[in-house]
Design a protein around this ligand. Structure first.
Ligand code: C2G
Length: 133
C-alpha cells in the first residue's frame, strides 16, 4: 500500500486544493492530509483563516481523495510524520519547490512537487469578494 502525505491550511477550500489532493491520492493508495491548526497558522504563517480548524477538517474529510486528516502543529513534524504514518511520498504544490527535499535526504520517503493550479488562491478569492459591495 503506497501512502502519501501532504500539508496545508486548505482555507476556503477551492478547486486548486482539490486538484492537488486528487493528484496526490492518485500517486498511491492512501492519502494523509496534515492540516495546519489555527495556532500554527497564526504563529508560524501569520495566516488568519476564515474557517477554523474543525470546519476545515470537516470539509477535507468529506473529500473522496482524503483518507486521514491529522493536525499540522509545527514545521518540524514532517520528519516524524513520514515515519509514524509509514509514508512513501510527501507531496506539495510547486510553490514549495525544494523546501522539503531534506525529507528525502533523511528518510525513505520521496518528495514530489506538483504544479499549482494557476489563477486561484484563497487570498485571490478574498480580494475578489472585497471588490464586490
Ligand atoms: N495549491 C495548489 N494550487 C492552488 C492553491 C494551492 O496546488 N491554486 C496547493 C498548495 O501548493 C499546497 C496545498 O494546495 O500544496 C495547500 O495550499 P495552502 O492551504 O495554501 O497551504 P500552505 O499555506 O501552502 O501550507 O507545511 C506546509 C504548509 O502547511 C503548506
Amino acid at each position: 500500500m503506497k501512502r502519501i502525505i501532504t500539508y496545508g491550511t486548505f482555507d476556503m477550500l477551492h478547486y486548486g486544493h482539490i486538484n492537488l489532493l486528487k493528484r496526490a491520492r492518485e500517486m498511491g493508495d492512501y492519502l494523509v492530509v496534515a492540516l495546519s491548526t489555527d495556532e500554527f497558522n497564526w504563529i508560524s504563517k501569520n495566516k488568519k483563516t476564515y474557517f477554523d480548524f474543525e470546519k476545515r477538517k470537516q470539509l477535507l474529510e468529506a473529500i473522496r481523495y482524503v483518507d486521514l486528516v491529522i493536525p499540522e502543529e509545527s514545521w518540524e513534524q514532517k520528519l516524524t510524520d513520514v515515519v509514524k504514518h509509514d509514508i512513501d511520498t510527501l507531496v506539495m504544490g510547486d510553490d514549495w519547490e525544494g523546501k522539503f527535499d531534506y525529507i528525502s535526504e533523511n528518510t525513505d520517503a520521496k518528495v514530489v512537487y506538483l504544479k499549482r493550479t494557476p489563477e486561484i488562491s484563497t487570498s485571490q478569492i478574498k480580494k475578489d469578494l472585497n471588490g464586490v459591495n
